[in-house]
Design a protein around this ligand. Structure first.
Ligand SMILES: Cc1cc2nc3c(=O)[nH]c(=O)nc-3n(C[C@H](O)[C@H](O)[C@H](O)COP(=O)(O)O)c2cc1C
Ligand code: SF4
Length: 691
């Protein structure tokens, strides 16, 4: 059925800036920059170019450094704190404009936020307020410095100066991030603002004075046509009675409209949950962080954080006539609906465009099924200055986003239909190669359906990824040989030019006495059984059935403490099992996304999960496992079931067989180096493009 995205694809405007459609790429730090004087990199340019090429209506480029040193791990951001950086920043505007796409730059000053992470950064706010400690945020335990009126004036001029540089770099406008608990928000919110002067808490007019003066200063310097969007918190949670309320944000919206602002980007904020306030699914991971009735009021929490801010956009839209941007977990179908219902004027998207920068073009071409779906896995949220990666888009963070036709068509065999193999087959076929994919199962996806079953479908949606890849492979005429063990005789017949081996890793069984005992459920057996059921049942149905029965006792010791082990523990705890995680190495959950790891381990503590690292496995007995702790103490960990869940081992056997028989042989995914889904996809993308 042809879906109608005519509203989403309709050109619109912000001030004098014409947007190509109503999809806006909202700002997001990418860490794709360099340190030193030359900050702008080919990777950064390629990322923004890919978005512009993909047809988005307007791009909000991420905030560059407004004051240096910015004191951020890795120090990887663009700089705009001096005129000498204008030419570099202009290169970003240029690559975007070349594709006919308008571009803004977002500016923010973090004010009171993030101080422990960046101790040298100016720690300033409206007032010296110290929020309560939250393990899910990064606030200092010391008070921020209260800005004097003179300092407010200096910062106002600084922002106008920065705006001038952004304009000289060729951008069409800018966005002021006055949301989260950044500097401007600290003035707007009664929680932060305890002042009694003309910038003080007495009225919204006073609290917005700094922001309004900044807007006026920017308009004075850059002219009325230089568009300004302001990102606001329409409601704030976690601040008792002191957070922003709708009556206040409505009055703020009116003030901003009257001060010449051209658009409002309407979000919300929950103090103590920084990432959870914009990637809201985290608030539900692994279970809602507080009972749902205690989530901030006035937002839509019915879809695990998807579309959460839409009610806020709708309320603010009624108040003003400038365009309203809404954002958060909005997929195209829902975005079209939101626009048609008149709840917003623009749909902001961030991660859906990480996953597929060509999303708008694909909608315009009537190919919504070809859009690679964001699975909300959180991989792009890893911090510490590491460049962004996407679990779905192997190109993200590289210098190349386009798949180009190969000079010569090759005969390619891909062995293994997991994420690495499917992605390699997809890309190779797009390049014009003739591809055959072998998979010994009845369904493609490798271990993905098992992962989907273990992780559930509320937060992440792995089946969407499987379906997308399977659909693409079919459309691209990849010949799929399911339920077929690969045999070398086929090589002799088909004489492929390239063999891509993606057969997965080999489960690791710890060498410990008693591991063959009846109380041990080996991961290979567990996977085998699950895969059998997944032939007939969807991951969601099987997951539901496991609530009633599983071949696992009431108490479980998991041997291994990395990603799969932690996720298995979560799954078992949710099914009433008493779980102990024991890891021989020093770290636990090392490659979990930081935000999710914090939440998972906090939940483990609440649920009484025992976690131990640096442990030696001594012997499995009929009543559990004997271990020696890192302090040298011998302990019996009692359990009815022991489940080894150790990282897999590579499996290079088939590659050896292929060598000499096939001219080009590549190992990808877990059989090369067992890691996570994003690594498998990245491998598939890389090799698919290489051959
Ligand atoms: C890695 C990452 C970095 C982000 N950085 C910013 C930022 O600097 N400024 C901002 O306003 N929003 C930032 N966001 C929030 C996004 O712009 C967007 O509001 C959010 O991801 C929800 O939209 P989505 O579900 O379409 O991704 C960031 C999001 C991600 C995933
Ligand atoms: S990394 Fe995960 S959450 Fe981020 S865009 Fe890709 S699929 Fe979505």
């Amino acid at each position: 059925m042809m879906k109608d995205f005519s509203k989403l694809l309709e050109p619109f405007r912000i001030g004098k800036v014409k947007t190509r459609n109503r999809i806006i790429k909202t700002a997001s730090g990418t860490s794709l920059w360099s340190t030193g004087e030359r900050r702008v990199t080919e990777k950064g340019k390629a990322f923004y170019e890919s978005l512009a090429k993909g047809g988005v209506g307007l791009i909000m480029v991420e905030s560059p450094i407004v004051e240096y040193p910015f004191d951020e791990p890795g120090d990887v951001r663009m700089r705009i704190d001096d005129d000498r950086y204008i030419d570099q920043v202009a290169e970003i505007a240029e690559v975007i404009h070349r594709q006919g796409c308008p571009a803004f730059v977002q500016i923010y000053h973090r004010g009171p936020w993030l101080q422990p992470y960046a101790p040298k950064r100016p720690h300033i706010a409206a007032s010296p307020v110290v929020p309560d400690y939250s393990e899910f945020d990064l606030h200092a335990t010391t008070a921020p410095k209260e800005l004097s009126v003179g300092e407010i004036g200096e910062l106002t001029e600084l922002f106008a100066l920065i705006a001038g540089r952004i304009q000289r770099a060729g951008f069409d406008g800018m966005e002021i991030n006055a949301g989260c608990d950044h500097l401007f928000a600290s003035f707007l919110s009664r929680f932060w603002n305890k002042r009694t002067d003309e910038y003080g808490r007495a009225s919204m007019e006073n609290r917005s004075r700094f922001l309004v003066e900044t807007i006026m200063a920017i308009k004075r310097r850059c002219g009325a046509d230089f568009a300004i969007s302001v990102l606001i918190n329409a409601v704030e949670g976690g601040m008792g009675d002191e957070g922003m309320t709708y009556p206040e944000s409505r009055s703020l919206a009116k003030i901003l409209e009257n001060s010449g602002v051209d658009a409002l980007h309407v979000r919300s904020h929950w103090l103590g949950h920084h990432v959870g306030s914009y990637n809201h699914e985290n608030l539900f991971y692994p279970e809602p962080c507080v009972p749902l009735k205690d989530f901030p009021k006035g937002l839509d929490w019915s879809r695990y954080g998807k579309e959460v801010n839409v009610p806020a956009a709708e309320i603010i839209k009624r108040e003003v006539s400038i365009p309203i941007i809404t954002v958060s977990g909005i997929v195209p179908e829902r975005g079209e609906r939101i626009l048609r219902q008149g709840k917003a004027d623009f749909i902001g998207m961030c991660r859906p465009l990480f996953a597929d920068p060509a999303l708008p073009n694909k909608l315009a071409e009537g190919r919504p099924d070809d859009v690679a779906p964001c699975t909300r896995c959180g991989t792009c949220q890893k911090m510490n200055g590491l460049p962004k990666e996407c679990r779905v888009n192997g190109a993200l963070g590289t210098e190349r986003y386009e798949v180009t036709k190969a000079e010569r068509q090759k005969r390619v065999v891909v062995i293994g239909g997991g994420p690495a193999g499917m992605e390699a087959a997809r890309v190779a076929a797009m390049r014009g190669h003739r591809v055959t994919l072998f998979d010994k199962s009845t369904k493609l996806g490798g271990t993905l359906p098992v992962a989907a079953m273990v992780k559930g479908l509320d937060i992440e949606n792995i089946p969407n990824l499987i379906n997308y890849l399977a659909r693409q492979i079919e459309k691209l005429d990849v010949e799929v040989e399911k339920q077929r063990e690969f045999d070398v005789a086929w090589i002799n017949r088909a004489a492929p030019d390239v063999a891509i081996i993606a057969t997965g890793g080999v489960p690791t069984t710890p060498r410990v006495r008693g591991i063959e005992g009846k109380n041990v459920v080996k991961s290979a057996d567990l996977h085998g059984r699950l895969k059998f059921f997944l032939r007939y049942l969807s991951p969601g149905t099987l997951r539901w059935l496991t609530k009633f029965w599983m071949p696992v006792g009431r108490s479980v010791v998991i041997l291994g403490g990395q990603v799969a082990a932690c996720q298995l523990a979560e799954f078992l705890v949710k099914r009433g099992r008493k779980v102990t995680i024991v890891e021989e190495g020093d770290g636990l959950g090392e490659r979990l996304i930081p935000e999710r790891k914090t939440r998972l381990f906090s939940w483990f503590r609440k649920k009484g999960v025992t976690t131990m690292s640096g442990v030696h496995f001594d012997e499995v007995t009929s009543s559990g496992i004997m271990v020696t702790t890192k302090e040298g103490k011998r302990l019996l960990l009692e359990a009815q079931t022991i489940i080894p869940s150790l990282p897999m081992q590579p499996d290079t056997g088939l590659a050896e067989v292929m060598k000499g028989r096939v001219p080009e042989v590549y190992l990808i995914g877990d059989c090369r180096e067992p890691r996570l889904i994003p690594d498998a996809i990245a491998d598939g993308w890389r090799v698919g493009n290489k051959i």
